[in-house]
Design a protein around this ligand. Structure first.
Ligand SMILES: [Zn+2]
Length: 443
């Protein structure tokens, strides 16, 4: 050891560069090549002993800072996370239950991990049919300038591709239950109540490609680890608290106040709700053109690859199911109007709107232009018409136009989901998709 400097008490950082520079100083006492070899071997051993534990500690610190935010202890008022006593078997909504269902059930389709959440949870998608083959020759924006989306979508641009997304907001379970039951129908012909939906099977068969993402924000969903909340009549407090978060005393953050701070600060006492992922970001309002979250990145990558025509983004937050008018290319406005009419008519005549009158419920003038959000970003990213659909909540009753409390049972909530998907898929095959919606001037 005589050729190695003894480790002094002074806080010299013994890294590779320091030791090597000492070794090769002009007055070094190392003379022979043999001795050099011995010294270098010892240096490597000492480097390992000195540096390796430090690296491990550093890695652990980084994981604690930027990884899963479960280190935060949320303060939720007692009873807010109470689960309903009688939960229907078809109500599969938690991350664990949904992922177990997918692994057990998906056989006709292909189950794939399309990314990981900020908290490290897997993002699953189920794929049916064949993807588009080949690539376009231009960007989406370039194809608009050229005058035909074929330039972006490629040789089989007329293929019909449908994408269903649910669970963007972790406190909104209805869309997840709908997607799970839709997968059950495609796989077995029946939903999880045993009800057959031959018209859904038929609608699916007319598509070329169908992709379903049951939980787009598993971090947010996992933060509310119950299957189903208690029904609380017209009191929306608990549902809103679980969704938008709130203080330890039960005061809700509320909507739209929850959107003032993105990313949310998880160190503030209370509960951040199910909106954000583990990085505190509500991906419906992500930093799309800056540094999007991994969940958003996964959606962008998937939609760039698949170039879907129509995307349904299933949320909860209406009195009766309602489709929102997206911030999208003006050329898609008449397409949205027709889609809205078709979906809302079917919901009305099936008793899932306030009245059974399509003239009242299915008039597209009901919905004003929406703000820029994930759906606008997806439209501009890949040309799809991407729309938010808001479901009523299982946790409380809203009030209708007459001020009366409404009641949609869990069965009616599921029927709304399935009818909405069925009509949207039928709309896509009947109208021919993006290549027919905006045929362009150049062929
Ligand atoms: Zn939502």
């Amino acid at each position: 050891m005589q050729f190695l400097p003894t480790v002094p008490d002074a806080p010299v950082k013994w890294n590779f560069a320091v030791i090597m520079s000492m070794l090769y100083k002009k007055n070094t006492v190392i003379k022979s090549m043999k001795m050099k070899k011995v010294v270098i071997t010892r240096i490597i051993v000492i480097q390992f002993l000195l540096i390796f534990p430090v690296t491990l500690i550093n890695l652990n610190c980084q994981a604690g800072k930027s990884g899963n935010k479960s280190k935060y202890k949320f303060e939720i008022p007692p009873g807010f996370l109470a689960e309903r006593e009688e939960i229907p078997e078809f109500w599969i909504s938690t991350v664990g239950d949904v992922y177990a269902f997918l692994k057990k059930t998906v056989k006709k389709g292909e189950l794939q991990v399309i990314g990981k959440s900020a908290g490290g949870r897997k993002l699953y998608a189920v794929f049916y049919g064949q993807p588009r083959q080949g690539n376009g020759t231009s960007t989406f924006s370039g194809s608009l300038g050229f005058g035909n989306v074929r330039a972006y979508r490629g040789p089989d641009h007329e293929k019909l591709v449908y994408l269903g997304i649910s669970g963007v907001h972790g406190g909104e379970f209805e869309g997840i239950v709908g997607t799970v039951n839709l997968i059950s129908i495609i796989e077995t012909g029946k939903d999880l109540r045993g009800k057959e939906w031959p018209d859904i099977t038929e609608a699916v068969s007319r598509l070329d490609r169908l992709i379903l993402i049951p939980i787009a924000n598993p971090d947010g969903r996992d933060r509310i680890h119950i299957r189903m909340t208690i029904y609380r009549n017209t009191d929306a407090t608990v549902t809103e608290y679980l969704n938008t978060g709130g203080k330890p005393d039960g005061t809700i953050t509320g909507w739209p106040q929850v959107k003032e701070f993105i990313p949310a600060d998880f160190s503030i006492p209370g509960f951040p709700g199910g909106y954000p992922n583990d990085a505190g970001v509500n991906i419906q309002h992500d930093d799309f053109f800056g540094k999007p979250q991994p969940e958003t990145r996964a959606l962008f990558d998937l939609t760039a690859l698949e170039r879907p025509d129509l995307i349904l983004n299933m949320h909860t937050g209406a009195i009766y199911m309602l489709m929102h008018r997206p911030f999208a290319e003006p050329a898609l406005t008449p397409v949205f109007d027709k889609l809205f009419s078709k979906v809302m008519t079917a919901l009305a005549v099936n008793g899932l709107q306030e009245t059974t009158d399509p003239q009242t419920e299915a008039d597209p003038k009901r919905v004003k232009q929406g703000q820029f959000n994930l759906d606008g970003a997806l439209n501009m990213h890949c040309g799809a018409l991407s729309v938010v659909v808001e479901s009523p909540s299982h946790g409380f009753s809203g009030k209708n136009r007459k001020g009366e409390a409404t009641l949609l049972t869990p069965d009616m909530l599921l029927d709304s989901q399935l009818i909405c998907h069925r009509e949207a898929m039928k709309f896509l095959s009947e109208t021919g998709g993006r290549s027919k919606w905006t045929p362009g001037v150049r062929k």
